[in-house]
Design a protein around this ligand. Sequence first.
Ligand code: ATP
Length: 360
Amino acid sequence: MAHSFEVAVIPGDGIGLEITPAALDVADAALARTGAAPLARVPLHVGAQAYLDTGTDLSEEATEACAKADAIFLGACGLPSIRKDDGTEIRPQVDLRFLFDLYAGVRPTRLLPGVPTPLASPRASEIDFVLIRESTEGLFSPDGPGTIDDERATDMQVITRETTEKVSKFAFAEAARRMSDKRKPKVTLIDKANVFVSFVFMRKVFDEIAETHAGNAEVERIYVDASTLSFLNKPWDFDVILTENMFGDILSDLAAGLVGGMGYAPSADIGDERAVFQPAHGSAPDIMGTGKANPTAAILSAGMMLDWLGRTRDRQDFIDAHDLIQKATDDAFRDGLRTAEYGGSDGVKSVTEAVLAKLS
Ligand code: ATP
């Protein structure tokens, strides 16, 4: 059978092995609906189990296959029981960000119909924002290895002009793309520019880019501590959020908590040429093999991959397939799916079947 684009597939570890085929089956079903050929899947043995089996978590061949593919799809990598000699967990997904300069960590946050939120306000159903986590520097920068001795430990935060400019432009482009009759574009920078010079610099560079978009989008700058109140009190006011790597790491879990949990948090790590699509959660070893894994985040991540392929390769049928996945997922949840995270019995099989049924 003819295939469309080549996708390097890293199922990884734990529930990654269960949700990856489910998400890619949904992607192919949506593509079939638009008349597009299915994706060519190139399976790669990467992650903690690969480290145990072969001594390396991300081999050179796997890296080359990722570089060659049109997109990369990753389920989840890492298991607490398998660690490197220095005690750290296996995290090839982080290495891929640095290797391919995937500076924009995109985390769409939307409350699906029928999914419970901890917020009491009826306005919670309006939650629909995108958090962009700069993903190659900040407190995670490989340029700033920490120091440690028996008396003192340090870590270093690195913010560069080049990456801040790129990720700020990305944020404004995302706001313009999301603009609709109902939504005015807004970009919110979250930082701690009242205390750290690295954030003073980040805000200065962000402001320079914002200036070139004056009039096209509302611009807001808030300190990270104050932002946590906004996440709880009025998250429906956010449109596009831009923040540093570590803050983004923390705030994206808070965002996921607003819309049902990690099983509802899709993500993409996007650079100028390449992109990795993966659910924001980890390998969830506590539920692996039980069938309880919620594949929704993976399914929506696969949808993001089709959208990105469509936009970067000028393929409207792929963009349409993304829209179909979002609608099918919404419809399936509106019909009453209830996943295990909040006491329901729906897991990887029944959620995938329900979404596939809506697509057929
Ligand atoms: P990482 O550091 O790799 O992001 P983690 O150790 O922080 O991973 P996860 O593996 O994401 O955490 O799991 C956190 C909790 O969320 C676990 O209790 C797990 O079972 C649950 N969880 C994560 N993903 C899902 C999912 N798709 N469906 C259901 N529960 C999930």
